[in-house]
Design a protein around this ligand. Structure first.
Ligand code: ADP
Ligand code: MG
Length: 262
């Protein structure tokens, strides 16, 4: 699904409108009245404590979770409309998780081409050509025939990113993709994300890497108890947070050494 001639210019790629999500009938909502616009070719960072709703927000955007109230739009089209086929929507959105979820019994190349071959019924040769081109771009040209357990965590995560890109998504959702990596492997994965930003990919990134969020994000959203408590440019949210809770969250992170002050 791509932007069509009818999509007015300036329409955000992703829009959440007053989204509410509750797990179970009597539980407290996990997302409360969440509204968010993600313009084309921009990066939005979701920050906030563990349990604040970052993963759930990404999963609702991708229709992996059904929302209780509100609406989600992709390129101006309401995808939470019950008449919309969620599988078709998911084809336009790439998602990468903390755990790489590669199939261990398949080569790197087969892991990447599985979705384009199945979902798009593309010719195998075309899917493989695209996969090899992406692998080369991400510095993995010689890994096409390897099995995942022969790769480092950073290489596996880069393969997972290639797999998400293989279907030419409109939007890429990245959920704590460096959280499971050894510290020395984080940089190579973040460099890939930076490269994708430079190419104009629209992304929403849940991350604990505050320094990275500050550098790469056009928009930063601080989630607190399922609410977007504060939203602004990286300079605004990191440099001059308005809310006391945001300040407290950032102070704890600076104290833990995960963000240089300033
Ligand atoms: P974050 O990614 O910011 O750590 P999550 O979106 O994973 O936060 O979780 C937000 C809240 O929703 C947490 O309290 C979590 O326990 C709850 N939650 C997430 N997924 C489920 C689920 N499938 N069933 C019940 N509760 C869930
Ligand atoms: Mg999470």
């Amino acid at each position: 699904m791509s932007a069509t001639a009818e999509t007015p210019p300036g329409t955000p790629v992703l829009r959440l409108e007053n989204v509410r999500k509750t797990f179970g009938k009597h539980a407290e909502p996990v997302l409360r009245d969440v509204s968010l616009d993600v313009p084309a070719h921009t990066v939005t960072a979701l920050i906030g404590a563990s349990g604040s709703g970052k993963s759930t927000l990404l999963r609702c955007a991708n229709l992996l979770e059904e929302i209780d109230d509100g609406a989600v739009f992709l390129d101006g089209r309401e995808i939470t409309d019950p008449r919309v086929d969620p599988d078709e929507v998911r084809r336009g959105i790439g998602i990468v998780f903390q755990s790489y979820n590669l199939f261990p019994h398949m080569t790197v190349l087969d892991n990447i081409t599985l979705a384009p071959r199945r979902v798009h019924r593309a010719q195998r040769a075309a899917a493989e050509e695209r996969a090899r081109e992406l692998l080369a771009r991400l510095g993995l040209a010689d890994k096409a025939g390897e099995y995942p357990d022969r790769l480092s965590g950073g290489q596996q995560q880069r393969v997972a990113i290639v797999r998400a890109l293989a279907v030419r998504p409109r939007l890429l959702l990245l959920d704590e993709i460096t959280a499971a990596l050894d510290p020395e492997l984080v940089g190579e994965v973040l460099a890939v994300v930076r490269g994708l930003k430079d190419e104009g990919m629209t992304m929403v990134i849940a991350t604990h890497e505050m320094g990275f969020a500050r550098d790469v994000a056009d928009q930063v959203c601080f989630l607190d108890g399922g609410r977007v408590l504060e939203r602004g440019t990286a300079a605004e949210v990191f440099g001059a947070p308005r809310e006391e809770r945001t300040r407290r969250f950032l102070r704890r992170i600076v104290e833990s050494g995960r963000l240089a002050p300033g």
